[in-house]
Design a protein around this ligand. Structure first.
Ligand SMILES: Nc1ncnc2c1ncn2[C@@H]1O[C@H](COP(=O)(O)OP(=O)(O)OP(=O)(O)O)[C@@H](O)[C@H]1O
Ligand SMILES: [Mg+2]
Length: 180
């Protein structure tokens, strides 16, 4: 007789799970779903190494918001603004060195506004963001493969998580393990 592992949370309630992306188009498709599901004031915090695919995911989010523009990592400006069903604010904190520098940017105007904020290198200033958000951690697993771990903080984001999960089982993306 083996030992059975029982999760304390049913998969329905799980707040975090991972999905495997098998190419940039998978990552964009996941982003598109995030963009389609996004509401006013939504915040997506993206974390991952250089070249992980944060901008790739952001491109998908922008498509999902109804734009046909390609989001590019803002190089000289720290915030790019794109029109769409909802305005998307794309922030990239890579060049910032301290939490104070982030605060000095006055990002609250975007983060607490009616648009959708997408923040690359959000781990540079974790405390600067609203408590309610979707955290997306992207991990390099191979040349064309990535693991995207979603953590939903807040009921609205858990609803989005369910949609991504449904996509994970239907799409070419392989769904990873579910954990609380
Ligand atoms: N499954 C995948 N998902 C996303 N990107 C992938 C995947 N496989 C390969 N790639 C490639 O990885 C690169 C990801 O680049 P991207 O600019 O999105 O990374 P980033 O995380 O924004 O990096 P940076 O920190 O420099 O802004 C692209 O060249 C993309 O084509
Ligand atoms: Mg980028």
């Amino acid at each position: 007789m083996g030992i059975e592992l029982v999760s304390l949370e049913s998969p329905e309630q799980a707040r975090s799970f991972a999905i495997e992306s098998n190419g940039p188009e998978d990552t964009q498709a996941i982003g598109r779903l995030l963009g389609e599901s996004a509401g006013p004031g939504d915040v997506f915090l993206l974390v991952g190494d250089l070249g992980a695919g944060k901008t790739c995911l952001t491109q998908g989010i922008l498509f999902g918001l109804g734009s046909d523009e390609f989001a590019r990592s803002p190089t000289f400006v720290l915030v790019s603004q794109y029109p769409g069903r909802l305005t998307m604010y794309h922030m990239d904190l890579y060049r910032l060195n301290s939490f104070t520098e982030v605060l000095d940017l006055g990002l609250d105007e975007y983060l607490f506004g009616d648009g959708v904020s997408v923040v690359e290198w959000a781990d540079k200033a974790a405390e600067a963001f609203p408590e309610s958000h979707m955290l997306v951690e992207i991990q390099y697993t191979g040349e064309d493969t990535r693991r995207l771990r979603f953590t939903a903080r807040g009921a609205h984001y858990r609803d989005i998580l369910k949609k991504i999960k449904a996509m994970g089982s239907a799409h070419t993306c392989k769904q990873g393990g579910v954990r609380s």
